[in-house]
Design a protein around this ligand. Sequence first.
Ligand code: PLP
Length: 456
Amino acid sequence: TKVAGSNTPSNETLIEWDRMHQIHPWHAMDAWRGYDNMLVDTAEGIYMYDSTGKRFIDGPGGMWCTQIGYGRKDMAEAIYDQVMKLPYTSPFTSATEPSAILAKKIADMAPGDLNNVFFTTGGSTAVDTALRTMQYCNNRRGLPEKKMIIAREKGYHGSTYLAHSVTGKERDKSHFDFETRLVHFLPDVNPYRRAEGQSVEEFCDEKVADLEKAIAEIGADKIGAFIAEPILSSGGVIVPAPGYHKRTLEICRANDIFYISDEVVTGFGRLGYWFASEELFDIQPDFITSAKGLTSGYLPLGACIVSDRVMEMMSDSDEPSSFTNGYTYSAHPVSCAAALKNIEIFENEGVLEHVRAVTPHFQKRLRDLMKFKIVGDARGMGLLGCIEGKAEDLEAEKKLGSQIDEACEARGLLVRPLINMAVFSPPLIITIEQIDEMFDILEDALQEVQDNLNAA
Ligand code: PLP
């Protein structure tokens, strides 16, 4: 906490400077300079503390990323050591020990022949790289017409121009421009939204047919890639019907369409495995995109992992060509050192095993929330969860996410509100007792929101 009178500005000043001068992601422009963000001061384990010293369970795990939790001295030391040894060298012309070891480790973790890693600065740039690589590859193959991207409603893939263009969240489109000629969206794959009387299997058939229909209409010779999150996370933790991923991948393969599995959220332990694609959904994609949990949020880093098959297609020509995609901070040595320490902590402390061990309890406590009338659906997988609120009045329903958020925050739990939903993905080191602490607060908060709704 800042001391008034010292050289450090007071908390009130910091909040004011933030309000007056900082533009945040998803800033409410209609309320510019009209609201404050929480001033977060310190953090330890799964807890964050605001500038007044109030403690919160970090329900969203930062932004789905603080896997090993906060305050790890060994991580700080690894970062310090790399800064002192070599803080930077150009990735355009040189290699480093941490980036070479990390590339090898990721190639070993990733399924099948996904043996090639392009390091980026985060998830959006990893997605951008995957999509641009598809374009580059098909140009190299002499297939310049094969560029269309099939994406899905409710999918979230980031905030660069191209990643934004394949994002299918209506609300995120707001007033920004995006590319429409290159992208085709498939309808919502949320089984919760299936027609009355329709079984999950029938719903799955329908969703697979949506892809087949799009290919028939557009033409396989025009489509370069299909991009999908194993679980649509920002779209509301939508877990597609069993078999959906495998069937869609097979259709892509049959039509020479690259399959991009966006594992920015689901990778690095969120579902109990390094990657979810093969272990949980039985698919070997052509690309996997990763970020967030790769460094547990200690430093920015992303990775676009590419199969040998795709690499061979791109390099199978004598015509000279550079892969002109890259960033000054690609493969940043300090970020790579942080990722290596993160992986070491996962391995030494059995983080993946821990996630698999506590998941049944987490998911049971989550499903138990269905006992509240205002909870229409409680869904998730691994340490990823969402409650979808319902109310008879649609306007009241839309407010449920922020009401649940407020009631939780007052009780020391942060969740992520999304319209009528509240989403959570706590640090992976969360214990059974802390899971109980979290869900006890959620129950208490839901009771209050429900009582208020009844009273209204
Ligand atoms: N892909 C998915 C599935 C995501 O959830 C996100 C961010 O939430 C991104 C990509 C973009 O990542 P970043 O914010 O690191 O650019």
